[in-house]
Ligand binder design. Structure first.
Ligand SMILES: Cc1ncc(C[n+]2csc(CCOP(=O)(O)OP(=O)(O)O)c2C)c(N)n1
Length: 343
């Protein structure tokens, strides 16, 4: 299958980018911001100031590019690795920090940010995203849904049920598969016998495209086209973003035990942040001074968010059951009382 690309491995544009100069700069800033958070999150985790964390290093363009194609009224439905999606779609940094601290104040995302919570059980978010998209259509709304999943998740039944439903009901969904080579220790070759996840879409009558997932412009452009089609009533698209998980699966994983780290080093050479930065430099839109200024801004933003998260009072024990359902079931009510929850 053809792999859609706009940049070569070093970031040199292969053709004219289909975006304005200002858009490209904003896109790069969102990409750099996602990387910045990832770097900081790892440090916080090692300091014991964040719980277990799934890094996105190497996958920023797949996440940020697809999200940049969304409007604020569109929904993003993440898996657990999508901090780049969450930040780009408007989740406040403080909120994201509190989420990964397992603080209840971080569990419920703000109403104005059209983002469903992170899903830890893989692929369970697919039927829900498709239902959400079907609702848009049913109510005559023009919002679309982008749902994010890993290559491993595509082996789950929920993925196939979701694709079939979306196809039959023409639901306005973008299935964004980040094919990052691994499902913890299981390589993609053990997930499927076909060379591309995108080929699976054909079986459901859905267009499936393969894009260079480390090329921000390619992902952004492809997702924008898919969103446009979905909004026009032309149904779902599966976008397979070819990328690589350079970092460990989570902060508790040791990839050296199951993969050759030379593989990761090779992918590091075409990592998306440097590549997009080089693209902007080729286009005469970026230089070291602008980069330094951006990093200062990101540092200030991060420190302010961290201080706010640190000021958030410790949760009360009963808060763990507070938001499970809209109303407490008898079991939850017993737990609430046992934990000292107010009557
Ligand atoms: C239903 C379910 N089964 C098993 C797991 C354990 N598990 C957590 S992550 C993971 C691998 C997922 O790989 P992939 O979908 O490729 O996403 P990636 O972690 O590479 O982003 C597994 C099997 C889980 N979370 N949910």
């Amino acid at each position: 299958m053809e792999i859609i690309r706009f940049l070569d491995d070093n970031g040199k544009p292969l053709k004219d980018p289909p975006f304005e100069a200002e858009e490209l700069i904003e896109g790069y800033k969102a990409l750099r911001r996602a990387r910045f958070f990832d770097e900081k999150a790892l440090i916080l985790q090692r300091q014991g100031k964040l719980g277990v964390f799934p890094p996105i290093r190497g996958q920023e363009a797949a996440q940020v590019g697809a999200t940049l194609a969304l409007r604020p009224t569109d929904w993003a439905v993440p898996s657990y690795r999508e901090s780049g999606v969450a930040l780009t779609h408007g989740l406040p940094l403080t909120h994201l920090i509190l989420y990964w601290r397992a603080h209840p104040a971080g569990w419920r995302f703000p109403d104005e940010v059209r983002l469903l919570p992170f899903y830890i059980p893989i692929a369970t978010q697919i039927p829900q995203a498709v239902g959400l998209a079907h609702a848009a259509q049913y109510h005559g709304e023009d919002w679309v849904v982008a749902v994010f999943i890993g290559d491993g998740g595509t082996s789950e039944g929920d993925f196939h049920e979701g694709l079939n439903f979306a196809s039959v009901f023409n639901a306005p969904v973008l299935f964004v598969v980040q094919n990052n080579g691994w499902a913890i220790s299981v390589p993609t070759s053990r997930q499927m016998k076909v060379p591309h996840v995108a080929l699976r879409a054909q079986g459901y009558g859905i267009p499936g495209v393969v894009v260079d997932g480390n090329d921000l412009i390619a992902v952004w452009h492809t997702a924008r086209e898919a969103a446009h089609r979905a909004r026009n009533g032309e149904g779902p698209t599966l976008i397979e973003a070819m990328t690589y998980r350079i970092a460990p699966h989570t902060t508790s994983d040791d990839p050296k035990r199951y993969r050759d780290e030379k593989e990761a080093e090779a992918w590091l050479r075409k990592e998306p942040v440097k590549r997009m930065q080089n693209a902007l430099k080729h286009l005469g839109l970026w230089d070291e001074e602008r980069e330094r200024a951006l990093l200062e801004e990101l540092e200030a933003e991060f420190q302010a968010a961290l201080e706010e998260a640190d000021r958030t009072p410790e949760p009360e024990p009963w808060e763990i059951v507070e938001h499970v359902y809209a109303e407490r079931t008898p079991d939850l009510d017993r737990a609430w009382k046992a934990l000292g929850g107010p009557a």
